[in-house]
Design a protein around this ligand. Structure first.
Ligand SMILES: Cc1ncc(COP(=O)(O)O)c(C=O)c1O
Length: 453
């Protein structure tokens, strides 16, 4: 009998994270200080992040030790299982084998604790008492709330208003873990007040919520800001997913033809993909595909440019694919994918041709997610449905070409707290949405005249 699940014992958990910066064929462009136009140095970032995380952000070391206290917490749910999706394979009736890393088994229900735990740990070690952050769907906010509770830190979360209204249970989770959760745009920061003055009914966006959280951190001496995606150190922490997957696949002598992840800010995708990108850089034949929403098509339709990570221009200028920092994506239910930019590491790898982007409409993604739930059982997070839609597209292609394919994808989280979006889908309330070109051109005016990477 062939195995359905491949599990690793506790002692087999990776003891180091993988830093792709050491293996890049061309270095990334640096983040720039918006005032001077010069690369930002560690001191520029010091009011926002603790120095131990800033060191990781710029590190060129290939392997970085995972501290023992972080491993202790990871072991509460890691190593996560690698599962063969036989029932879904049967439904697709295509010549594909599908394996997925199940990140929904974390206490918060997604991959986000993989970085929340080390971020809380390093902040605590640096003497920080309080963290502020933003959250889209609430997955990141709840993960950080849990991590802060474990390390005895206070936590304040600015949650994108549309998700705050759609997903009250995530707020309740954050409160249960002891965090404060505020709908964004809010009246508690200057950035929020400005948005509300111009757009009293703003649904909010990750860009706005980031501005509020950064402002909150720099205005409190004992506080720092934590980001759940986009930055290099976040991508680094998530590589524990791909490193485990490599070991698990090696146990059954399998190597994937295609590696897939959904891409919002890029972190769960980076987590599964980067160890395989390393193989690809060293000559291995593997395709690596990121799946984003057609309503927020950063990688597939945005330019590669320097842009701010947030609406109020409080972050450095990052070299990335972007739709412009004042772009407010349509309120699709995959709140975690509503970000105007993309991780500089993922953007760089797309530019180098090492990663392929793709985009899916929300209706197609829910169709795939419901098919998944009815065959494999687990109800996926709406974000994860984008990865599943990409798996379906790969399977169809394999069938049309008559070629066998082994697919590995990251199941970034379960959707048990996102059922309202399934209800909307099942009752025909979700409509296909393709972002008009004119809207992209309008949004990109915000970065006219910015330096070019
Ligand atoms: C389940 C899930 N998957 C994916 C994402 C997208 O984020 P990222 O691209 O950083 O993985 C989120 C973000 O909240 C999420 O909650």
């Amino acid at each position: 009998m062939e195995e359905t699940k491949v599990v690793l014992a506790d002692h087999e958990i990776p003891k180091q994270w993988y830093n792709i910066q050491a293996d890049l064929p061309q270095p990334m462009s640096p983040p720039l200080h918006p005032g001077t136009g010069k690369p930002v140095g560690p001191d520029d970032l010091a009011p926002i992040f603790p120095m131990n995380l800033i060191e990781q952000e710029v590190s060129q070391e290939r392997w970085i030790d995972i501290p023992g206290e972080v491993l202790d917490k990871y072991l509460l749910w890691r190593p996560s299982p690698l599962i063969r999706a036989r029932n879904f394979e049967r439904l697709l009736d295509a010549p594909v084998k599908i394996y997925y890393k199940y990140e929904g088994s974390s206490p918060a229900g997604s991959h986000k604790p993989n970085t929340a735990i080390p971020q809380a740990y390093y902040n605590k070690a640096f003497g920080v008492k309080r963290l502020s952050t933003e959250t889209g769907a609430g997955q990141w906010g709840s993960a950080l709330a849990m991590a802060c509770a474990m390390f005895g830190l206070e936590c304040r979360v600015f949650m994108v208003k549309v998700s705050y209204d759609q997903k009250p249970y995530r707020r309740m989770m954050m409160n249960t873990w002891g965090a404060t959760c505020i709908p964004s745009p809010s009246n508690v920061t200057e950035a929020g007040r400005q948005v509300l003055a111009d757009h009293p009914d703003s649904p909010g966006s990750l860009g706005i919520a980031i501005s509020e959280a950064v402002e909150d951190a720099v205005c409190h001496d004992d506080s720092r800001y934590a980001l759940g995606s986009v930055l290099n150190h976040v991508m680094l922490h998530q590589t524990v997913i791909g490193l485990e997957a490599e070991k698990q696949l090696a146990k059954i002598s399998v190597y994937p033809d295609v590696v897939i992840g959904c891409a919002g800010g890029g972190s769960n995708f980076a987590g599964i993909a980067l160890p395989f990108v390393r193989d690809k850089i060293h000559g291995k034949s593997v395709r690596i595909v990121g799946a984003e929403p057609t309503s927020c098509p950063t990688l597939t339709r945005g330019p590669f440019a320097y842009d701010f990570g947030d609406l109020a221009k409080k972050t450095p200028l990052l070299p990335m694919y972007t739709l412009g920092h004042d772009y407010v994506p349509a309120p699709i239910h995959a709140g975690g994918l509503r970000y105007h930019g993309m991780a500089p590491i993922i953007s760089h790898l797309v530019r180098l041709g090492l990663i392929e982007p793709s985009a899916y409409d929300q209706v197609a993604t829910f169709e795939a997610g419901v098919q998944w739930a009815r065959t494999e059982g687990v109800i996926p997070a709406p974000e994860t449905n984008h990865a599943i839609a990409a798996v379906v597209a790969e399977a169809k292609r394999a069938k049309a070409e008559g070629k066998e394919r082994t697919i590995l994808f990251n199941f970034s989280g379960h959707g048990m707290v996102d059922l309202a979006s399934y209800d909307a889908y099942l009752n025909g309330k979700l409509i296909p949405y393709e972002l008009p070109d004119a809207e992209i051109q309008r949004a990109l005016k915000a970065i006219e005249g910015f330096p070019k990477p």
